[in-house]
Ligand binder design. Structure first.
Ligand SMILES: *Cc1c(COP(=O)(O)O)cnc(C)c1O
Length: 235
């Protein structure tokens, strides 16, 4: 897919405005929440072409999120800009090697995946930054480990020196009311404290999407993953 200048220009203004608006809302939410954290805006470009990444970068965004390895690698191959790539979706064990292309993997959700990632990082003589995905809401449709399993899992991850566990990622139920969202997000914050208590340098909290990022930031999110509010709906 060639990257058309025309499309890039058409997107640029719209995305720039959306990024400015979102940054203001993040700053306000951060002030209301009082956690004092730094917040990284991750532009989620899944289903959109490489020009979406260019538009985000032109608007000053340096972190990009994709949920599928193949789609992400196709964009990486077409672009030569210094953004950090985040893998925000579930990763299959047989694709563990591809995780090394990303600066942060948000979806560590099983011990088997952890071992596979550790082995790939170790083979490459490096470490891989990961977030523990916690299924706070307990919805069957979501991946992630249960909150009760976090301390023991975090403890076992200490043995895998190929991984650097940097924090916790969670997804809230879609269109839940504010009370439910706050319960989920504060639950993720509690899970992060348990990961830290297990000895990991795990200050990060990846939570908040287009419909709920302001509440997530109020509850302490350090990374928000935004697609729709920046690029419009996905078809
Ligand atoms: C798609 C996706 C997002 C972005 O969702 P929007 O509602 O479009 O902002 C965030 N996180 C994950 C894990 C996703 O898969």
């Amino acid at each position: 897919m060639p990257i058309s200048d025309h499309t890039t220009t058409a997107w640029a203004g719209v995305v720039q405005e959306a990024v400015a608006e979102v940054r203001t809302r993040i700053a306000d939410a951060r002030a209301r929440g009082g956690h004092g954290q730094e917040v990284t805006l991750i532009a989620v470009t899944k289903t959109h072409g490489p020009e979406s990444v260019l538009a985000a970068y032109a608007a000053g965004v340096t972190d990009v999120g994709e949920n599928r390895v193949q789609e992400a690698e196709s964009k990486m191959a077409q672009l030569a800009i210094p953004v950090r790539w985040h893998l925000i979706g579930h990763l299959q064990r047989n694709k563990a090697k591809h995780a090394l292309r990303f600066s942060l993997c948000h979806g560590l959700d099983s011990e088997r995946l952890a071992v596979a990632l550790h082995e790939e990082a170790d083979k490459a003589g490096r470490t891989l930054d990961v977030l523990l995905q916690v299924n706070v809401s307990g919805e069957g449709s979501k991946s992630g480990i249960g909150p009760a399993d976090v301390p023991a899992f975090a403890d076992r991850l200490q043995a895998l020196h190929g991984l650097r566990v940097r924090g916790v990622m969670t997804m809230a139920p879609y269109e839940a009311d504010e009370r439910v969202l706050r319960t989920v997000f504060s639950g993720a914050r509690a899970a992060r404290a348990q990961v830290q208590a297990a000895g990991h340098d795990a200050g990060w909290l990846s939570m908040g999407m287009s419909g709920d990022y302001e509440i997530a930031v109020e509850e302490g999110a350090t990374h928000v993953r935004l697609g729709t509010v920046l690029f419009g709906g996905r078809t």
